[in-house]
Design a protein around this ligand. Structure first.
Ligand code: B12
Length: 213
């Protein structure tokens, strides 16, 4: 790995975000392709964060900082990646379901998915089933991820899946769900394709869905 890429990778691990925009421009000026920076600078850093988070050696605030550090570089790279038409592993649509305003975990999933090379559209919180349906039609994601933190809003995930079925787009996507009260058996019960208990596992699941691992 070139020196600049290895600096970017360790900046992500350490959450040093201040230099990331400038470093990204510098790497591009040195002739590195956006894709190469993503694959060999940012992703190794974020993968390491995912492993440490799963192992319980890093905690939510640190992971959020790492994800924001990665985001600072992605802001520069995204238009270039989109231009080249390549780079993205797949598309993930995320949202917190109707009635629920919690978004810290969802945002973490969003940032980690971006870190893994997915193009992410985040609908935000308190999203009606119809908002998911409209976004699936417009954004055409490979994966739809729904988040709920309240036992009272979990059922909105089921309603959203039903709405996707009724709109005839259910089979165009894989559906993953998460949030503290959600379990694998609930996912099975409502007909989701998968459940993940944390952001790193969500990324693994999304990658499995698109055949990236
Ligand atoms: C922060 C917080 C809030 C903040 C939310 C701020 C925000 N912007 O998100 C505020 C203050 C607004 C809030 C409000 C309320 N809250 Co609140 N809140 C919490 C708290 C303390 C932390 C949640 C959190 O962010 N955790 C950290 C993140 C990183 O973890 P996470 O969300 O679980 O996400 C991880 C995984 O679940 C997974 N994941 C998450 N989403 C997804 C999605 C996909 C697709 C996948 C695959 C994975 C995945 O990956 C994430 C990262 O690893 C929890 C308690 C707790 N310890 O969980 C209560 C808690 C969730 N809240 C609770 C309640 C009751 C409420 C209120 C009703 C309180 C009230 N009376 O007003 C309101 C409801 C508002 C609403 N309509 O949504 C209860 C829920 C009880 C229940 N079983 O239903 C909890 C459990 C507290 C408690 N013990 O009573 N809350």
């Amino acid at each position: 790995m070139s020196e600049i890429l290895s600096t970017m990778s360790s900046n992500i691990i350490q959450g040093k975000m201040a230099d990331m925009g400038a470093l990204t421009h510098k790497a591009l000026a040195e002739g590195l392709e956006a894709q190469e920076i993503l694959n060999n600078g940012l992703m190794p850093g974020m993968n390491h964060v995912g492993v440490e988070f799963k192992a319980g050696n890093m905690f939510v605030p640190e992971v959020l900082r790492s994800a924001r550090t990665m985001q600072a570089s992605m802001e520069v790279l995204k238009p270039l990646l989109a231009e080249s038409g390549g780079g993205m592993v797949g598309k993930v649509l995320l949202g917190t379901v109707k009635g629920d305003l919690h978004d810290i975990g969802k945002n973490l999933v969003s940032m980690m998915c971006e870190g893994a090379g997915f193009e992410v559209k985040d609908l935000g919180t308190n999203k009606e089933p119809d908002a998911f349906v409209a976004a699936v039609k417009e954004f055409e994601p490979n994966v739809v991820g729904m988040s709920a933190l309240l036992t009272t809003t979990m059922r909105a995930m089921e309603h959203t899946i039903k709405a996707l079925e009724e709109a005839g787009v259910r089979d165009t996507v894989k559906i993953m769900i998460g949030g503290a009260p959600v379990t694998q058996s609930f996912a099975d019960d409502i007909g989701a394709d998968g459940y993940a208990s944390n952001a790193a596992a969500a990324v693994d699941l999304a990658k499995q869905f698109v055949g990236a691992i």
